[in-house]
Design a protein around this ligand. Structure first.
Ligand code: FMN
Length: 210
């Protein structure tokens, strides 16, 4: 039976943080983390800021690899520089070693747009819709990262401290709540949104303005 995104823990309508790998012009490997939204049974969408190497590679090659992992080192290496070649299964592959799962994405259609809801400024981006194939699971319990639960945990840690701080520190904590709430609105599950609603209600009951 052909595997679907659901079989690797990726549910319809949700966004997951994954590592996209693509080939550069000289054949070398490029890796970077990107939010990836499940659009259909085996279809994904990415919104990528223009200027990114990944975007240029995807538009040129019409395909890329999606690596599902919770390994913080991979995310960090990919952002601060690039993931060195020895972390791939071999020098020609786009598959990272020991990831939970991976699949191939083949571009179906693309569209340029201005991302207006960016927290910093409106930014020129490209919408990429891709078909998924060759899903491979390296583990039975694949974890595709969604930011929602992390935002809830951070909010609850702040919640448990909020009564102990005043002034600038309090403003900082309340600002963090608002930021976590923004992220949850964007990428959280139904349960994450429900949990955030409970946290906000309780904070308001305590007299905090958020
Ligand atoms: C968890 C995470 C998710 C990200 N998601 C996106 C995204 O969805 N779209 C985007 O344009 N940049 C996103 N970024 C930023 C890119 O990864 C970053 O700009 C990267 O340096 C691009 O690398 P590249 O030039 O090799 O493609 C994300 C970063 C992180 C850490």
């Amino acid at each position: 039976m052909v595997m679907t995104l659901k079989d690797i823990g990726m549910n319809h309508g949700q966004q997951y943080e994954v590592i996209l790998t693509s080939k550069n012009n000289d054949g070398s490997q490029n890796a970077a983390p990107f939010g990836t939204i499940v659009k259909g049974t085996n279809q994904i969408v990415n919104h990528i800021f223009q200027g990114s190497t990944t975007l240029n590679n995807i538009l040129k090659n019409k395909e890329f690899m999606v690596n599902i992992t919770s390994n913080p080192i991979y995310f960090t290496l990919a952002i601060i520089n690039n993931i060195p070649s020895e972390y791939y299964v071999n020098k020609d592959s786009l598959i990272l070693k020991d990831v939970d799962a991976y699949f191939k994405a083949s571009v179906d259609n693309t569209k340029n747009f201005i991302k207006k809801d960016d927290p910093i400024k409106p930014v020129e981006s490209t919408y990429i819709c891709s078909n998924v194939s060759d899903i491979t699971k390296n583990k039975s319990d694949v974890v595709a990262i969604n930011r929602g639960i992390h935002c809830i945990i951070e909010s609850l840690v702040n919640y448990s401290r909020v009564d102990k701080v005043k002034g600038e520190k309090l403003d900082y904590f309340l600002g963090r709540f608002n930021e976590n709430s923004r992220v949850i609105n964007k990428v959280g599950s139904k349960q994450d949104k429900e949990a955030m609603k409970m946290i906000k209600k309780s904070l308001k009951n305590k007299g905090y303005e958020i």
